[in-house]
Design a protein around this ligand. Structure first.
Ligand code: ADP
Ligand code: MG
Ligand code: MG
Length: 901
């Protein structure tokens, strides 16, 4: 296999083989752009180097020599020459750019003789010696691992001796001295003479670049960024003829973006320096000048640069990030790659490049990273904010930034919130009974729990900033403060939380408002047209429903009725219901609750007029609505001491709470099991749905509720509730004297339900996959415990690529879904299928749902725009495959699986 490619030989698309930098240099050479001659040693050679016990393959050096000869011919310069020496840079470059993996060696080929050649040829001995000392420093650092500090000391001493301030003021004599000392440092460190032969230098440099691939920095970077072997394996080495931006005032070097990466504006954006070498700009040794000034300083260069930007964009169909150098007026390109941009920049460039006819609408959508769009939907920390102190770090659970006073008590959070004070609720964990405080807080911070803990799920649903699992935080409810090592935040102290990064700061940090720009709206409308799968929202309140509709949701896939009971004016009633001593008393309370539920349903159904609203009957175990038994016991002790008249009541609540407590509540007395043991609860809820629907229909409002039963594991359970539903339906149709069509369906969130979906489909008119619980059941991982304990380690040790609670586990949970889909549709070909777990807002999971023919995904309101774009991408990526799907080939299962590896 060919191991070295001269720049005009390489295929610019083969980034895996040539690395990103190498592919870019080859491509630009083919486009006849001014790239200094050079060649790429492939990533394959790097892989062989490791297979071979860190030895270069035998054929490599002869091939490198042949390519050096080619450069000599092209440039007229000579390797090891005393007249006109050829110098090169040696640069790493993997398939994916890995900033800081290793330093580039510049000016390779210099030695005590060639430096004289360079001095003569450039007519600038100072420049030649300066280049030489830079070379020794970089070489010493990269090849021998010498600490930069040692070189800096020498340089400082030289400046002192010559009584000057700047490096650039050092004269030839001083520089010669520096070169001498630098070499000694390297020799002492490596135990060998500093190599003077250019080939020897090159060989060592190539090995050093290959070795940097397994350097600590590189490995950490790859782990952090999930760069697996199939994305990038090994680095290429680029050997490039040196061009000098530091030979005088007609020389320069710079870095530019073809469009502004901060907002996407069409303008050349970047910096340059006159009389400097590339690394000066990159390393920030000197502050660059804004690129517009180049227009007046070197007008010819500027117009060449502008032209190049245009041509590169036209060719790559993507804004570019480029490096250039000007040597005595001659313009050279040293690198190009797709520009990394923030979400606003990506959106704007997608719309503008489409209008410019540079790209198609399809490409405009496919180039977006849906997850990145999150930035545009929430407040973010002002990127210009400076000088703030990090207090703690937890798990980023719900994006957005919020500042406010820390409050450790739910009741006081509500009081302060109602006074208009911005509050950050800080708790060890939260329970449904704490939800009133969510409404009145700007953000939530907990010391326990993971991404799908109660606090995280509720906060996301409401679009509030939230950090969970901040385990270094020691909260003292009594003292009303929290501590991280020796720092304390007391109630009333201002903190800022960034739910996108998980960082807690001390004080109020300025934030910027989200930007829902016209360009963003354009992208969403294109996506709406392009996608196939429906997008519904998980919304439990009229406000949530309205917001979801504004964002483009076509219905509600999950309306959790228990959320309504958590509002401040209801939780008391709900507790009364739980505490009711008899069925009669319970029914009395339920009647009041029913009226409240009905009024919510009326508003939600109206907000979603014309679209389905899937209402799930009560799901969580009852004890979740009661205060924590430990806290109750504490309270009781105090009340007893004070002989308070609330003592008796508190005692009975405590008894009930202990009574209802379960060892494993997630698998406990909840969902349909509650509906079977307390039928009056489900009766009340079903009735409230029918009444709301009937009243709206009378007003000619197209209300479309559906009733969904949670936690079903058998057809017997489902039919049991169906009989209640049928009775109420008959009663209601008589009462309102009209036909009322309300679909009756089930969640598929219990493993047995998935396996017996054909039975369930006999009764159910729709299925909704509750993938949170289904994932718990499939893995036997208790979600909230797992996320706080072993799951992070599973991820660290790569036993899991990503948390299955965040992105659907296609091989396991996905297979169960496929079984249910197939069995369900066999019985009812028009069975409506959707997903309402957290996965409904995850782009990778959305792709799976699209590919498996689901009718819709349901996501929290704030993820709707992301889901819409992801759905469009799923369709655009695999349009042909979907058609095949309809034919129901049994092969499909294997295919989806293979693709995901
Ligand atoms: P990085 O990947 O860290 O940007 P590069 O290999 O691109 O490293 O090089 C670092 C700096 O050296 C850049 O500014 C680059 O433009 C400059 N440089 C690299 N090769 C040459 C060369 N042959 N002539 C002049 N400058 C070069
Ligand atoms: Mg670079
Ligand atoms: Mg569930």
């Amino acid at each position: 296999m060919k191991s070295v490619y001269f720049f005009n030989e390489g295929d610019g698309n083969n980034r895996k083989l040539l690395g990103g930098k190498g592919a870019g240099l080859c491509e630009m050479t083919r486009l006849k752009l001014p790239v200094p001659p050079g060649f790429v040693i492939t990533t394959e050679v790097c892989k062989n180097y490791y297979k071979n016990n860190k030895k270069l393959p035998k054929n490599l050096l002869p091939e490198v020599k042949r390519n050096i000869t080619k450069i000599e011919k092209k440039t007229g310069k000579k390797w090891n020459s005393k007249e006109n020496p050829l110098l090169v840079s040696v640069r790493s470059g993997a398939a994916i750019s890995m900033p800081g993996m290793m330093d580039t060696i510049l000016n390779l080929g210099l030695n005590d003789e060639t430096v004289l050649g360079l001095a003569k040829k450039s007519n600038n001995p100072r420049f030649a010696w300066d280049s030489y000392r830079r070379f020794i420093q970089l070489f010493g650092k990269v090849v021998f691992g010498v600490d930069d500090k040692k070189f800096d000391e020498v340089l400082e001493r030289a400046k002192k001796n010559q009584a000057v301030q700047a490096d650039s003021a050092l004269n030839e004599k001083s520089l010669k001295q520096v070169v001498d000392e630098y070499k000694k440092i390297c020799e002492k460190h490596s135990g060998i003479l500093f190599p003077s032969d250019a080939f020897e230098q090159l060989e060592l440099a190539i090995k050093a670049v290959f070795s940097s691939w397994m350097g600590e920095r590189a490995i950490i970077y790859r782990n952090k960024n999930n760069i697996t072997k199939n994305i990038a394996e090994g680095t290429a080495v680029n050997v490039v003829t040196m061009v000098f931006g530091n030979m005088g005032n007609d020389c320069a070097t710079g870095v530019v973006f073809t469009r502004n990466p901060a907002d996407g504006t069409k303008q050349i954006f970047g910096e340059y320096l006159i009389n400097a070498q590339g690394e000066d700009v990159v390393a920030g040794v000197r502050t660059g000048k804004p690129i517009e000034l180049l227009k007046t300083e070197l007008p010819d260069t500027y117009s060449q640069l502008a032209n190049t930007c245009k041509n590169l964009e036209k060719h790559y169909k993507e804004p570019q990030d480029i490096e250039f150098t000007v040597e005595q007026g001659k313009f050279y390109l040293l690198q190009t790659r797709s520009a990394k941009m923030n979400a606003a920049g990506m959106i704007k460039t997608s719309v503008e490049m489409t209008k410019e006819k540079l790209i198609t609408q399809q490409r405009a959508l496919l180039r977006l990273n849906p997850d990145q769009l999150e930035q545009l939907l929430h407040k973010t920390i002002d990127p210009n904010a400076k000088g703030f102190v990090q207090f703690a770090k937890g798990i980023a659970a719900s994006p957005g930034a919020a500042s406010g006073v820390a409050v450790f008590d739910v009741q006081r959070a509500v009081e302060k919130g109602e006074k208009g004070i911005s509050v950050i609720l800080v708790r060890e964990e939260t329970k449904p009974e704490d939800v009133p405080a969510f409404f009145s807080s700007a953000g939530i911070l907990t010391s326990r729990g993971g991404k799908t803990s109660h606090a995280a799920v509720v906060a996301r649903g409401m679009g509030k900033a939230c950090i969970v699992g901040c385990s270094e935080l020691k909260i003292d409810y009594e003292a009303r403060n929290c501590q991280v090592s020796d720092r304390t935040i007391a109630e009333g102290d201002v903190i800022t939380i960034d739910g996108s990064t998980g960082i807690v700061f001390i004080g109020a940090i300025p934030t910027v408002e989200p930007k829902f720009t016209d360009d963003f709206k354009t992208v969403l409308s294109w996506s709406q047209k392009a996608k196939k799968i429906g997008i519904r929202a998980n919304a439990d309140t009229p406000e949530g429903a309205k917001l979801a509709r504004q964002y483009g949701a076509q219905g509600i896939g999950l309306c959790r009725t228990e959320r309504m009971f958590n509002a401040k004016d209801r939780i008391g009633l709900f507790i009364d219901m739980i505490m009711a001593p008899s069925k009669e008393k319970r029914i009395q309370v339920l009647e009041k609750l029913g009226a409240l539920q009905k009024s919510d349903f009326l508003q939600i159904l109206k907000a979603m007029e014309g679209y389905y609203v899937t209402i799930r009957l009560l799901d969580p175990p009852l004890h979740e609505f009661l205060p924590n038994p430990e806290e109750l016991a504490d309270k009781l002790r105090k009340l007893e001491q004070q002989n308070d008249n609330e003592t008796a009541k508190t005692r009975s609540v405590l008894e009930r709470a202990r009574n209802l407590a379960e060892i494993n509540p997630m698998m406990g007395h909840r969902g349909v099991r509650l509906g079977i043991t307390y039928p009056e609860i489900y009766e009340m809820q079903i009735k409230a749905v029918f009444e709301a629907a009937a009243e709206l229909l009378k007003q000619k409002i197209d209300a479309r509720p559906q009733i969904m039963i949670p936690q079903v594991s058998s057809i017997a359970e489902l039919n049991h509730i169906k009989r209640i539903y049928d009775l109420i339906k008959t009663e209601m149709e008589k009462k309102y004297n009209m036909k009322i069509k309300i679909n009756f369906g089930t969640m598929i969130e219990v493993v047995r339900a998935a396996l017996t979906a054909d039975e369930l489909a006999q009764t159910a008119e729709f299925f909704s996959f509750g993938t949170n619980d289904l994932t718990q059941g499939t893995f036997s991982f208790s979600r909230e415990d797992a996320e706080g304990t072993f799951l992070p380690e599973y991820l660290d040790k790569e036993l899991l690529e990503i948390s299955p609670f965040q992105s659907l586990d296609v091989n396991g949970v996905g297979s169960l879904m496929q079984i249910a889909i197939e069995k369900g549709r066999k019985v009812k070909s028009n069975l409506e299928l959707g997903i309402c777990g957290e996965h409904g807002g995850d782009p990778r999971s959305i792709k799976f749902c699209h590919n498996n023919g689901l009718n819709y995904v349901s996501a929290s309101p704030h993820r709707i725009p992301i889901a819409i774009v992801a759905a469009a991408q799923a369709k655009l990526e695999k349009p042909a495959k979907i058609k095949r799907k309809k034919a129901k080939k049994p092969k499909k299962k294997a295919k989806t699986k293979a693709k995901r590896h």
